[in-house]
Design a protein around this ligand. Sequence first.
Ligand SMILES: [Zn+2]
Length: 554
Amino acid sequence: MSGSPDLIVVNGRVLTMDEDHPAAEAIAVRDGRIVAVGDSKAIAALKGPATRVIDAQGGSVVPGFIEAHMHLFSGAAELAHLQLAGLHGFDALRDAIRAYAAERPDAPMLVGQGVDYSVLGAERVTRHHLDAILPDRPFCMAAPDHHTVWANTKALEAAGILHGRTLGPGNEIVIGEDGLANGELREGEAFGPVLALAGEERVRLGLSTGGEPDPAPSASERAADRDIMRRGLAWCARHGITSIQNMDGNLYQLELLAEIEAEEGLPCRIRIPFHFKNFMDLSMLDKASMMAERYRSEWLASGMVKVFFDGVLDSWTAVMLEPYADRPDWLGEPLFSPERFKELAVAIDRRGLQIAVHSIGDGAVRAVLDGYEAARKANGARDSRHRVEHIEVISAADVPRFAELGAIASMQPPHPPGAMGFPLEPTVSRIGRARWPLSYAWRTLKDAGAHVVFASDWPVSPIDPIRGMQAAMLRKRWAESDPDQSFSLMEALAAYTVEGAYAEFAETAKGRLKPGFMADLVVLSADIEATAPEALHDVRPLVTICGGKVTYEG
Ligand SMILES: [Zn+2]
């Protein structure tokens, strides 16, 4: 080694995720890379006059968390919205909304986030409930999954959708018995006009249309948007995240992040996909290729195309092979026909780009795997690592296809009903008993040879990877005869580190603590191997280091 390290971490319980040297006490870092991993005495001996020393005090030191599925821009903007997660009952909802509104007398539109589908018990929320809370100002609130929004009458009127509107497949403005919108808005086309009233369309463009801001933002709007991004990146760093695989995107997001990188450097590495929507023509993929060509550094990259194939179980928009248990005439409605999806998969794959498809129902999972198979047939087998996102229900016949096709199972331990904040009902009854064994089937897929990566889908669930690992370890069966889908601590940690690195073709550069690898690591407040799973959420990142720089200190 030439010169002394920039930084050393000593007295840690280092979980390297490196099979050859799984445990160590200390790490030395120089020029953004790990230069040595060993015992505290040997590493301390490398210290020079300018070396910063971090004493881990017996806490775990792990590779920086790789968040394999999240939405940075909209998540960051939502940090400023009314947070309704975990709230139950009309009175609690009323008090929270009125207090928030009173603090913001000038806001053109008030937005709540994270409200449970069952916030009013078995009764579904309508505009009348919200009118009783806030009759005179536009208000709306989104479900945690961001696939349903409820709006009051003022908001529906201001958005021009009180009388309904014709929408694309899979989207619905639910109409009440009076012939007017009842306030429940399913999927983006339905609630887009309402959310637009908040004046935050730019943060959602990567999700809603995949397009660019039009008109082009002014210099001050750009600066405000960079600040939103900075807030989101800081939120990631404080949770120990050093790499983000974003699951919505456009060129504008890449430009904002490049501007931040030029100004002060990025605190997290981030990949932004091109988002292909069902109304686009295949020629739009030229833009995906351009984004991949232009952004390909260790810090900021593209190279992936995100697609939504279906919706979610809670609004019956996920695509099933057999009817919903609580809606026997309904399979959900795909956003692409299987044939069109095949064409799309072949076209993306031919460009050498990675594909990531939101697929919640077993019908969606099958169609997407069929697309990957078609791509392989048309273009030949290659190391494509195409991804299937969510996989909340899968058919037994499709389980082995992940390993066969080299496809990645991208799953979210906070999402199963009964896990982190999501109620059991109505989802488990909607899935139906027969499908429980292969619902959120992480273990089944992993045992069948699939690469399983974990993520939060923030802001759908809290971003915290440690709580995600805890949810994976504490996963409960819904019935005694269901298979155990829980993960061990080390399996969960792998799904947030090495497997995440694999999902972005970076397993030889990050995800492990090993000489030559990127100096992306987290010093935790306790020894996670000695912590009971029930108490794991109390373990906090003390120091996050990305590329050898300290990006968070608690
Ligand atoms: Zn998502």
